[in-house]
Design a protein around this ligand. Structure first.
Ligand code: G3I
Length: 388
């Protein structure tokens, strides 16, 4: 039985070939030390970049970054161009960065990122138009139920019209689902919901579609990856939202799986994830992995072991995801450990530098790079109609 066949059956979804499956669709819960078993060699043929390995299978590979990093670090910019087909605005289009006062917008950083993309033939992806985080201070002071829609319309039309025809896709609404919200529709209690009710979601998509009919419009969310009750609840609730939006002909075109994974998490079931992706695709939606990284926060200090565990998590996840033809892009949330949000937001207690991404802080390819490369090399070919 090939590894891919094992994965399809949900056997050995998380660890190497040494898995002793509990049953047809299960596996042993492993101690972390076994996650780094030597059974996987991470060998890669040749040194073609990730962009090429993905493109020959009709998949876009790219990464999120910030203008300040590209501008200040030519070596980083050079490696970004070597490995990536797409650039994602990590923060430069967040509300608190691009809409600093009620009446003003600051596009300097985002324009520079777009210019970098156009100059170098990269695809450009906008993140995000509507979220409950990263709202500027003035939002709390000025926005209310009476004027919220006016601010929402102005924000979305200003951003999307400015970049119309130049954006591959937008994360239109980010993280709107919270199964623990106590609501029957399981929408997250956010200022947008408080001021505008559930219709803010379709309003956002309709506005974005009107402002840029060419852009792929994405609903983006996290915690849909594992065989855990929280993830299952999120998957079910997100699917319900997508079904409701599609039933009302709302112009949502794709689901964004953020895929912020954990190296120590062993509750990964290939069959469960694969079935969820198929259910999303059956709605006629494309799927993008939008913020992929794997935190090593609680893994052992040993760097070689940590790198093996992280790389295993990447490869196991991507082997399942890339088996789904509706998946058109894999985007890591950063390219190098030198620039990862996890350094600030999820540091290790032993203060060792975190190592969640394909390139190390000197832009050297790591086992994680090999894991991603192998996943692309092993992926089935899909049409590349979206690789414009
Ligand atoms: O730019 C200012 C700087 O001028 C100031 O001195 C500094 C003071 O702390 O803050 C800087 O802004 C920070 C910004 O990142 C740019 O580095 C914000 O404080 C910080 O909150 C912001 O964090 C970002 C976070 O979203 C919140 O917006 C992370 O970099 C970014 O990786 C993270 O990304 C999110 C996605 O948007 C949605 N999915 C989850 C993902 C991880 O949380």
């Amino acid at each position: 039985m090939t590894r891919r066949q094992m994965l399809r059956l949900g056997i050995g979804g998380c660890i190497g070939a040494s898995v002793l499956p509990l049953g047809k669709f299960g596996y042993h819960k492993y101690q972390v030390h076994q996650l780094g078993s030597q059974s996987r060699n991470f060998q890669v043929t040749g040194d073609r970049a990730l962009v090429e390995r993905a493109a020959v299978k009709g998949v876009i590979y790219g990464a999120a970054t910030q203008q300040q990093f590209l501008a200040a670090d030519p070596a980083f910019a050079k490696n970004f161009l070597k490995e990536c087909r797409m650039i994602v605005t990590e923060n430069d289009l967040q509300w608190n960065q691009v809409h600093p006062t009620p009446e003003q917008f600051d596009f300097a950083a985002a324009d520079a990122l777009l210019n970098f993309a156009k100059t170098n033939g990269l695809l450009f992806r906008g993140h995000n138009l509507v979220w409950h985080h990263s709202l500027p201070r003035w939002y709390r002071e000025k926005v209310n139920a009476q004027n919220a829609e006016e601010y929402l319309i102005k924000h979305i039309q200003t951003l999307v019209r400015r970049y119309a025809g130049q954006v591959h896709s937008w994360d239109v609404v980010n993280e709107a689902i919270n199964p623990k919200s106590g609501r029957s529709d399981q929408l997250r209690q956010t200022p947008w919901l408080e001021f505008l009710g559930p219709s803010y979601i379709e309003t956002a998509f309709i506005l974005a579609a009107e402002a840029d009919p060419q852009a792929l419009l994405v609903y983006n969310d996290f915690e849909m990856d594992y065989d855990r009750p929280e993830d299952e609840a999120k998957r079910t609730a997100v699917l319900g939202l997508l079904e409701r939006l599609k039933s009302r002909d709302v112009p949502v075109h794709a689901l964004g799986l953020q895929a912020h994974l954990w190296g120590a998490e062993t509750r990964f079931n290939a069959k469960i994830l694969s079935n969820f992706l198929r259910s999303v695709a059956d709605l006629g939606l494309k799927i993008l992995v939008t913020e992929l990284d794997v935190t090593d926060k609680v893994l052992p200090a040993d760097q070689a072991l940590r790198d093996r565990i992280i790389a295993s998590a990447y490869e196991d996840y991507l082997n399942v995801v890339l088996d789904e033809p509706a998946v058109i892009a894999v985007l890591t949330w950063g390219l190098s450990d030198k620039y990862t949000w996890l350094s600030e937001f999820s540091p290790r207690s032993d203060k060792l530098p975190v190592r969640p991404l394909p390139l190390d802080t000197s832009f050297k390819r790591k086992l994680t790079w090999n894991a991603i490369a192998r996943a692309f090399d092993n992926a089935p070919i899909r049409s590349n109609s979206h690789l414009r």
